[in-house]
Design a binder for this molecule. Structure first.
Ligand code: PHE
Length: 453
């Protein structure tokens, strides 16, 4: 493979830009909306511990593998798998891995945009002071009333999807980098302020206990799967997002260091969200297992009560929307890159088609919270089903295959050369994790869930 090949889509302007974009992809609703509510539903500490183990043992090695595969081929994930399969002389069926990822990205984007729409609507609610002096019951009523209205949800979902399409249509350097650069530090600073508020509540230690004190009796096979799925989801792994960002990565960047940084930042943001939300839950007699509405029912209590809460609330939801945008961009980019590189579409046209399709699929999620709330397949609403299918099945399966590919199929010389670790010891550790630990973990968790173990 020619060393000097560059991606058709351009390249990151610097190492910093890649880290920023990949962190932007990782940090999003997964950390602030999903992590707290699934932690609440799955009993707290033990779940968090399994999650952290998955991040370290599966997440980081896999992130390195995905970045490496992308950077080696400098193409969209579907093409990447085709090229690398040929290079390794492997079975051509490996290329379907790219397809699995693009499909998972679409399905995730469809519901991601709906939830991001909620966050967008909450910017406006915060701005008009809806939470001021409201009781927790009133704040819950605001949320319930909001999600009961398909029209409102469709409006905000459409707005968010349009914003995603517009940013992606402008292309990687101009569109991506600029929008991500400001928001991450901003989000982080606001979260630190909110931790300050959480510390002032009576439920602070109870919240911390819930989050960090493991009670293994609460852990079921399914919650282990959910924790693992969340590690994939939150780190944007198993579907080609990080692969496509890796394709835009210049040669001189250390893949290991940037992967560790990204995983670390992502985990800190998720834990901060938990540290903020659970104390609010316990100090107001709310329930940790109240589902996807949890963030929207708890944080506004803080904004309604804390000093400067109006400003913090408005800024926080704006930052959350931007964090979600930098993730939705990553969700749509694999498909867009493929439409451009394989089908010869212009970038705007590729964005238009993929965005419209994901928007349409998103209607299923919109109605899951109102008109079709009682329509269940396998006991789940369309939203729950999509979430389960993508985060708990497709991403881990994709990740499993990527690990096998990087660990077993790809030539050692190639992975060693791409990763360029300072010492061969580190390479051996990575190789072990990606060849044995990560695939075995995914495999055993699956066996456990289907009841074979
Ligand atoms: N990691 C993102 C989040 O936590 C979601 C995402 C998943 C983005 C997969 C890209 C790919 O919000």
């Amino acid at each position: 493979m020619a060393e000097e090949k560059k991606s058709q889509q351009g390249e990151w302007s610097s190492r910093f830009a890649f880290i920023l974009a990949a962190t932007g992809s990782a940090v999003g609703l997964g950390n602030i909306w999903k992590f707290p509510y699934i932690t609440g539903e799955n009993g707290g500490g033990a779940f968090v511990l399994v999650y952290l183990l998955c991040v370290v043992l599966i997440g980081v090695p896999l992130m390195m593998a995905e970045t490496m595969l992308g950077r080696r081929s400098k193409e969209n994930p579907i093409h990447t798998m085709e090229i690398l399969t040929k290079e390794a002389g492997a079975d051509h069926n490996w290329q379907y891995l790219g397809w699995l990822g693009v499909t998972a990205g679409f399905l995730i984007l469809s519901y991601y945009s709906v939830i991001a729409g909620w966050a967008t609507a909450y910017v406006v609610k915060a701005f008009f002071g809806s939470f001021f002096g409201a009781t927790p019951q009133e704040i819950k009523a605001i949320f319930d009333g909001f999600v009961a209205s398909p029209i409102q949800l469709i409006f905000w979902h459409s707005l968010f999807m349009l914003a995603t399409m517009l940013i992606v249509a402008r292309g990687i350097e101009k569109g991506f980098e600029r929008s991500i650069r400001f928001l991450l530090p901003w989000l982080f600073a606001l979260m630190i302020l909110l931790v300050g508020y959480a510390m002032s509540t009576d439920g602070y230690f109870q919240g911390l206990n819930f989050l960090f004190k493991p009670d293994f009796s609460k852990l079921t096979a399914n919650s282990v799967l959910v924790a693992m799925g969340q590690a994939f989801f939150s780190l944007s792994l198993g579907m080609g997002s990080i692969m496509v960002y890796g394709a835009y990565l210049p040669k001189d960047v250390s893949i290991a260091k940037s992967s560790m940084f990204i995983a670390g930042a992502d985990t800190i943001v998720a834990l901060l969200a938990g540290i903020i939300i659970f104390p609010i839950v316990f100090s107001h007699g709310l329930h940790p297992n109240s589902g996807p509405g949890l963030v929207f029912e708890t944080l506004p209590i803080a904004f309604g009560n804390m000093f400067g809460g109006w400003l913090v609330g408005v800024l926080f939801f704006i930052a959350l929307v931007f964090a979600a945008l930098s993730s939705s961009i990553a969700l749509i980019e694999p498909a867009v890159a493929w439409l451009i590189e394989n089908q010869g579409y212009s970038r705007p046209k590729a964005c238009l088609y993929s965005g419209l399709l994901a928007w349409f699929l998103g209607l299923g999620t919109v109605f899951s919270f109102n008109a079709w709330a009682n329509f269940k397949l396998f006991g789940q609403t369309i939203f729950e089903l999509l979430d389960y299918l993508t985060a708990n099945l497709m991403l881990p399966i994709g990740g499993f295959c990527i690990a096998i590919f990087a660990g077993w199929i790809m030539k050692q010389d190639h992975s060693r050369h791409e990763l360029e670790l300072p010492d061969d010891k580190y390479y051996q550790v990575w190789k072990f994790l990606v060849s044995y630990v990560a695939p075995a973990a995914v495999f055993f968790v699956f066996l456990n869930v289907v009841g074979v173990l």
